[in-house]
Design a protein around this ligand. Structure first.
Ligand code: PSU
Ligand code: MN
Length: 314
């Protein structure tokens, strides 16, 4: 038996056939400071509800894979310090030893797939770190997108990463990168990265159909939906670029490596931008939650339009 525990709200949604959107918990434990982390997590859940779906925030608690958290569980997770950050490599070990951990994009995709959830909203995915040619630091999120059939809505990837290399690896892995509504790949705090969109779509019905079609064609893996930050919430590159350089140089000086790199950089950039990075981060997660709920609501109707066992045209 897979030790899945559904929140009351998610259990009800499964019984009723209401669309469900997965949400990660590493953004709560390692991505934002308390109490904004818990406030944001709650507000993001409300945005999913306001757009016709039910939120399922994922975590592992005492060896149980939680598909949705109660308000009290969310609050506790946001407050505890030194909680483990789980990716594919440590997920099963955490469950096996009855431990507790927060789920990254990779681990949230695994939990979502186990629970039959196809759409997931977050802020930004992990990717290829700058200097990866030396450190080999490439997030397991990319390999997860290649193998687990979940559509992940993010605002692109942060400029703390090497964006061209991140897109190259996604292409090598065969991950569709679909930019919503513009021709350029977005760069998290900014709608523009200077890099062309590998694929552009302007409708949530198309995005849902593309997800379903991969399954119909027998192709493994999910898709990355890159949703640009709303213009009014952007941070100017002139403010961000020096903060990023500074944060990366601090990380190098202090010998920060492996799993600690992303949380360290996020915290330093928050400090160096006097909290501006967090305001933008919250706005873009909300924007992603809304789009993810809309995509989740299209999955049922679009699946009905493409029968899974449609005869081969050949
Ligand atoms: N990028 C962000 N915010 C985040 C993360 C990444 O802009 O909170 C978190 C996500 O949980 C992501 C993880 O899956 O960091 C990637 O960590 P790593 O680079 O160690 O794989
Ligand atoms: Mn890493």
């Amino acid at each position: 038996m897979i030790p899945l525990v559904f929140s009351e709200e998610v259990a009800q949604a499964r019984a009723d056939g209401t669309p469900i959107v997965a949400l990660e918990s590493t953004i709560i434990t390692h991505g934002m400071p308390y109490p904004q982390n818990v406030e944001t997590a709650r507000a993001v859940e409300d945005t999913v509800r306001a757009n016709g779906a039910v939120p399922a925030t994922m975590a592992v608690r005492k060896g149980k894979i939680c598909i949705g958290l109660s308000a009290a569980q969310l609050e506790r997770l946001g407050q505890i310090e030194n909680v483990a950050k789980l990716s594919r490599a440590d997920f099963a070990a955490c469950v096996a030893t009855g431990s507790t951990g927060a789920t990254t994009v990779a681990a949230t995709m695994i939990a979502a797939h186990l629970a039959g959830i196809e759409v997931f909203a977050t802020g930004g995915i992990g990717g290829v770190h700058r200097g990866a040619e030396q450190s080999f630091d490439i997030s397991a999120d990319l390999a997860e997108l290649a193998q687990t059939p979940v559509t992940v809505v993010a605002a692109g990837a942060k400029a703390i990463l090497d964006l061209p290399k991140t897109l190259e690896v996604l292409e090598t892995y065969g991950v569709p990168v679909i930019v919503y509504g513009q021709n350029e790949f977005p760069a998290f705090w900014s709608h523009s990265s200077g890099l062309p969109a590998p694929i552009r779509m302007d409708s949530t019905a198309d995005i849902a159909r593309a997800h379903i079609m991969r399954g119909v064609l027998g192709m493994p893996g999910g898709q990355l939906i890159a949703n640009p930050i709303p213009a009014e919430n952007e941070i100017a590159a002139s403010m961000l670029a020096p903060a990023i350089e500074h944060a990366i140089s601090n990380a190098n000086d202090q010998g920060i490596a492996a799993k600690d790199v992303t949380p360290f950089l996020l915290q330093r950039i928050y400090e160096l931008t006097n909290g501006r990075s967090l305001t933008a981060n919250i706005a873009l997660v909300q924007n992603n939650a809304k789009l993810a709920a809309e995509i989740a609501c299209e999955m049922g109707p679009q699946r009905a339009a493409i029968p899974a066992n449609s005869p081969s045209p050949l």
